[in-house]
Unconditional design. Structure first.
Length: 371
């Protein structure tokens, strides 16, 4: 058991430290090498899925209509999944917005599959009702589609309430590291862990997604990469959203998100895992992401169990080291961020294995605080 503990710790430290250093080096020394035409403005269809979003949809539509982009090259589509509140009535007030209605709620994936049929754009943007887009986000992101190699992209999330309490600070730390890794993956090859608040896809690269998909944005990105397009994070395509300020809501959100990403990873495992046809994405990025989302939480669980079998002196030294780390605010925040995220991934894996979660999103009310 002592050997198992040190083996798990060595593997975890090697992968995380090595990948972090690689990502940090990549971001600091390299950049995206693409054909970017600032004057390129393709026809864009913006799709907003809704279900009982009366508290936030008006602000969302006002924000979307204020985007700086040629009006004749922009259409806004709301796909509503059987809302029972005032969502549809509010949407109908906006004459420039097309409303598509589903009689019953079948989940976001079904709604998107239906909405795609009504999109006239060369690029389809999917954005959540509880997020807000910077007014120049299309002007900053669409020029990347000038390069025929680019099939999909996402942007940079800025939290509205990063310093509200310890929970939001944990999310801020997580997002800082997350953004570094996704940026590096984009430079190295592609990243497919996409943001629901803003994801853009070349229309001819989109395929119908699984109706029980939980992480539809990431599944679409995987499908685009499978067609040998690049899938990227664009640093200056900025959007905002609130993050939950309660541990219970953050766990619920992260657990569901982890479940969705793990679901997609298992479905595309045989396609990408150590597949040299997908270059660095298949040989490095996908295997490491699979490790961090699926293998790492299991190793941590095994390590915690095996720690009880360590010699008492070593166990005390490890606990003292952990305590000293918690006394340093920055280190404490990083430790909590890592453990909180790994716990969510572990629960997400359990839920995926035992099919113990609905593919219909449960609202996180802490993220819907717009005036």
């Amino acid at each position: 058991m002592e050997f198992i503990f040190w083996f798990c710790l060595t593997i975890l430290a090697s992968v995380y430290f090595g990948y972090y250093v690689l990502c940090l080096y990549t971001v600091r020394t390299k950049s995206l090498k693409l054909k970017v035409n600032k004057n390129f403005k393709p026809m864009v269809s913006i799709v907003i899925p809704t279900w009982n979003e009366e508290s936030t949809i008006e602000g969302k539509l006002k924000n979307t209509l204020e985007l700086k982009y040629p009006r004749n090259k922009l259409e806004i589509i709301v796909i509503d999944s059987g809302s029972t509140d005032l969502t549809k009535k509010i949407v109908n007030r906006f004459k420039k917005v097309k409303l598509i209605e589903e009689k019953e709620r079948k989940g976001k994936a079904c709604a998107l599959n239906k909405a795609f049929k009504f999109c006239n754009g060369d690029v389809i943007v999917i954005t959540d009702a509880d997020s807000r887009l910077k007014e120049d986000i299309l002007l900053k992101s669409m020029p990347y589609f000038f390069d025929p190699k680019v099939g999909a992209l996402t942007g940079k999330l800025i939290l509205i309430n990063p310093d509200e309490n310890i929970v939001t600070k944990i999310e801020k730390n997580y997002r800082d590291i997350y953004h570094l890794i996704r940026s590096a993956e984009s430079i190295l090859d592609s990243t497919t862990i996409f943001h629901g608040p803003f994801s853009a896809f070349r229309k001819n690269s989109i395929e119908k997604i699984f109706t029980d998909s939980v992480a539809d944005d990431t599944e679409l990105a995987f499908r685009v990469r499978k067609k040998n397009y690049k899938t990227l994070l664009i640093d200056n395509a900025i959007f905002w959203e609130y993050t939950p300020s309660k541990f219970s809501e953050r766990i619920k959100l992260k657990q569901r998100r982890a479940h969705g990403i793990i679901q997609v990873m298992f479905r595309f495992f045989s396609t990408f895992f150590f597949n040299s046809n997908y270059e660095l994405f298949g040989l490095l990025i996908f295997p490491v992401e699979f490790f961090m989302h699926v293998i790492s939480p299991i190793l941590i669980f095994v390590m915690v169990i095996s720690a009880f079998f360590l010699p008492l002196k070593i166990l005390i030294l490890l606990l003292i080291g952990l305590l000293v780390g918690f006394l340093i605010p920055k280190v404490r925040s990083l430790i909590l961020t890592f453990l909180h995220t790994q716990y969510a991934c572990f629960k997400g894996t359990i839920n995926y294995v035992f099919n113990n979660q609905s593919f219909k999103w449960e609202k996180i009310h802490g993220t819907r605080r717009y005036l």
